[in-house]
Each structure stands twice: as C-alpha cells, then as structure tokens.
Ligand binder design. Structure first.
Ligand code: COA
Length: 469
C-alpha cells in the first residue's frame, strides 16, 4: 500500500502471524484460528505455537514464539488467562508488533490487574494490543481471517467493528448469507489499548473500505471528547454507522456487566454522534441496510428522488416513508410526465410514484428507468416491485442490473425493494451480488436512501464550515 506507515498496519496487514495456544484439537479456539487462517487464503506466514505439539494442521509448531526462526508481526494469543502475560512478554522479546488477545477473564470480570499488566508489557516492548476478550480480526483484502468465527466471509467494502463478541461472530455468518461484502471484521472486546476510534481512523484511509459499521456498547470514562473530535475527522472521509446498545436504563445496566464500559446517558451519545456526523441506526438490520447502500452506490448529488413501482400500495408506503425520513420526492414537470407516460400502460400513473401498474412487464420498468436516468432533474431512483404472475422477479432483476450498468456514468443512487415470495429473494440476491442494494420492503429502501442523504448533507455542511446542530 502506498500510504504512509501507520501503527496499525501490522494489525490489518501482518506479513507473519504466530498463534500462541494453537491447539491440536478440532473444536478448540486455538485450532479454529489456525484453520481459518489457512482456509481464508492468507498469503503471509503462519506459525502455530504450542509446547506440546510438533505439528498443527500440517504446519510445524514451535514451543515458544521465541523459537520461530523468522520475524513475527502479529501474535494471536489463545492460552488461558493465567498464561497470557507470560507469553505476551515472550512476544515482546521476539519483537512482535501487535498482540491479538482472544483470552477472556480480564477486566470484564474484575481482573483489572492482569489487564493493566498486559498493557504495561505491551508498552515496554512497543507492542499494540487488540482485546483482550475478543474473537479476533479479519481483513479480506489480504485473505486474513484470524478469528474463531465462520471461515467464510464475503469480500467487499463494509468494515464492521464490534464490541460484542458473540453478536459479531453471529453477524459474520449473517452478512455472508445476506450477500453483504466485508473488508474487515474487528472484535474490540475490552479495548485495553486499541479502540474503536483508532481502528476507524485506519479504515478511513483504507482504499478497500467504503463504509464503517460499529456495534458500540459504551466508551471508556473520559474518552467522549476525544471520540467526538477524532470521529469527526473520520466521517469527513467515510460514512460511519453506529448501533449503540444500552439505550434504555436496563440495557445500560446490562452493558455495564458485559464489557464494563460506561453506557452513560443515551442522549449524550446521540448528541455526540450527531456532532461527529455519525449515523445512528436503531437495529442491526438497519445498520446493515444503510451500509449496503453506502457500500454499493455513489453518494447522492441532489435530493430529488423518483419512485418507480408496479403497485400503488407499496408506492404509497414508500411515499409515507419518504416523508417520515425527509426524502424529497420530485414533482415531475410536464415534459417528464410525458416521458414516463410513453413507457407505461395507458392506465398507469406518470406522477411520482411512477406507477407502471400491476400489468407492468420488463419493458415498462426498463423504459421508466431509462427516463429517470436520462433526466437531469432526477437525482436518486427507487424501484419497487410487488410480485405478479406477469413479471418474473428474476427477469426484472437481470434487466435492472443491465440498465444500471449502462447508465453507471450517471452516478445516480439506485435502490430496489421487492415484495413477494421465495422468487423475490432469489431476485434480490442477483441484485445484491451485482451491487444494486435490494431490500424486502419499500420502507427499508427509503430509510437507506435517507441515511445517504443525511450523510451527504452533513458532509456538505461541514465542508462549508457550517455547524450542523
Ligand atoms: N504457549 C502456547 N500454547 C500453550 C501454552 C503456552 N505456554 N501452554 C499451553 N498451550 C496450549 C495447550 O496445550 C492447548 O493446546 P492443545 O489443545 O493442543 O493441548 C492450547 O494451548 C490451548 O490451551 P488450553 O489450556 O487447552 O485452553 P483452552 O483452549 O481450553 O482455552 C482460551 C483457552 C483462550 C480459549 C480460554 O482461556 C478463553 O479465554 N476462552 C474464552 C474466549 C472468549 O470467549 N473470548 C471472547 C470472545 S468474544
């Protein structure tokens, strides 16, 4: 990579990885991490460390990291808590640059001393620490899956940072199933050293990442101001979407006992996110819906949106959602109305939503899409489809991808929603694989475009030096 070296480069792009606590036994965490590294196609060197093993998964094992006859950039530590600081010190002696500490049993259960000692050792040797209490890190541009999560991660440009381990692991599989492409998945756990801010800063300059999604439970006491100031710089470069758990009083109490972070007053978090240009999602689904749009579509150049549909009902639902979320629907002028009219049955409606009627076929959709792409007055396009027997959703999905490809230079965001049975899910898969965001309801498509508009608006304001609050 051509950019200046960053202290976190060895975390995302290590040339060699030692797995300390690599296990000979399938099913154990230290075994899974070595297996995932091998199966994910990581091109660097992998060194299992285990004093009782000669070989693990076909790789020569070393009794200690100090015995490895090579430089080691990253050490993944998966030995019981009582051994961690000893092997961390050995890693320091070896010249390891970053520790990825999987092991649990530190400050999250009140064992602050061991965690402080870990950080002290790291500082002494100039190492950085991710964790402890994490499931690892994956960075797909170099095929590195140093986690004990699923081995298959779909490549793409969404970076996901998570403070919850189990949820993060679960979402790795979920994103693959939902055709969401990831550049990075990073578990931060107790954030003894490397935190969400520093990771976001690295990802903001990463050419393989277009959007950063964060599951956050809370910040460390006294770090709020730094979070706001530095995340403001990150959002100047890339959209950041946060889902902040512990919104309610009882949720906040649950957070305190989970990672030991301060959940704090939720309104303070909301204000901090707003001031730093962070988009706050309310659900995991919403976070990834928005991320999907940012990951695949150009940022809107304007706000005028056209909805093309074959169903009046979904058109109305989308119109309501547009009003709720502040997505302005274009009032088409006479010329545009005439153009839309030409591509629909006589009983369709050329106003916005442009209702092609339940009789609409592929040609009607293609015609309307062309009109929308070619009009300078239209900035953003939402296509809605209700499954009918006269139009196969798969045919429609293929046609939409062809037209979108043809008009790619127009740089207009296009989002699709399809409502129907199993065939519509297949059709949405086709669209998502071709980087056209497709959702199973009109509201989700509209909400995603609204997030893009909010971010664009924020960026424009801050570039002009105006406050946004
Ligand atoms: N250096 C390297 N390896 C060593 C070692 C040393 N000094 N001492 C022992 N080992 C080996 C063990 O022999 C074992 O290998 P084996 O299975 O081939 O015998 C391996 O390291 C693991 O040690 P083991 O004692 O079997 O530990 P474990 O696998 O049961 O548990 C952790 C280790 C890290 C997984 C466990 O302590 C833990 O923290 N689990 C929770 C992890 C978690 O939930 N993290 C947060 C997720 S979000």
């Amino acid at each position: 990579m051509s950019r200046q070296r960053h202290p976190l480069d060895p975390l995302f792009m290590p040339r060699s990885i030692a797995v300390i606590g690599a296990s000979r036994h399938p099913g154990k965490i230290g075994y899974t991490i070595v297996r995932n590294l091998l199966e994910s196609g990581y091109k660097g060197r992998v060194y299992p460390v285990n004093p009782s093993a000669k070989e693990i998964l076909g790789l020569k094992a070393y009794p200690s990291v100090l015995d490895i006859p090579d430089e080691v950039d990253m050490a993944v530590i998966a030995v019981p808590v009582g051994l961690v600081n000893r092997v961390a010190r050995e890693a320091g002696e070896k010249g390891v640059k970053v520790l990825v500490v999987i092991t649990a049993g530190f400050s999250e259960v009140g064992n602050k001393e061991a965690e402080e000692e870990l950080v002290r050792i790291a500082r002494q040797y100039g190492m950085r620490v991710l964790g402890p209490n994490i499931f690892g890190i994956a960075y797909t541009p170099i095929g590195m899956n140093a986690t004990f999560g699923p081995s298959r991660i779909r490549e793409g440009n969404i970076a996901f940072i998570t403070q919850s381990g189990a949820l993060g692991i679960a979402l790795m599989g979920w994103t693959a199933m939902n055709e969401l492409g990831m550049s990075a998945v990073v578990s931060v756990g107790n954030m003894a050293d490397i935190d969400v801010v520093e990771l976001s800063e690295w990802l903001a300059d990463d050419p393989h990442t277009r959007v950063i999604a964060i599951y956050l439970e809370g910040l460390k006491p006294g770090t709020g101001k730094r979070f706001m100031e530095r995340m403001r710089e990150v959002t100047r470069k890339k959209p950041v979407i946060v889902i902040k758990a512990g919104r309610t009083r009882r949720g906040a109490a649950a957070v305190a006992s989970h990672t030991g972070s301060l959940a704090g007053a939720d309104t303070l978090y909301s204000a901090a996110f707003k001031q730093s240009g962070i988009l706050r999602a309310n659900t995991v689904e919403e976070m990834f819906d928005w991320a999907r749009a940012f990951a695949t579509q150009p940022l809107p150049r304007g706000r005028n949106t056209v909805i093309i549909t074959n169903g009046g009902g979904v058109g109305v639902l989308a119109t309501d959602a547009a009003e709720t979320h502040g997505v302005p629907l274009l009032q088409p002028d006479e010329d545009l109305v005439a153009r839309f009219r030409r591509v629909m049955p006589w009983f369709g409606s050329p106003k916005n939503p442009v209702d092609l009627s339940g009789q609409a076929g592929v040609d009607n959709y293609v015609g309307a899409l062309r009109v929308a792409y070619e009009s300078d007055k239209v900035d953003n396009i939402i296509v809605l489809y209700c499954q009918t027997a006269v139009l196969d959703p798969i045919d429609l999905a293929k046609a939409i991808t062809d037209v979108a490809e043809e008009y790619r230079d127009k740089q207009k965001p296009l989002l699709v929603a399809m409502v129907g049975g199993i065939e519509t899910f297949e059709a949405m898969k086709i669209l998502n694989r071709k980087n056209i965001p497709a959702y199973p309801s009109p509201e989700r498509a509209v909400s995603s475009l609204a997030a893009m508009l909010r971010y664009t608006w924020y960026r424009e304001k801050t570039t002009r030096g105006t406050r946004t609050d």
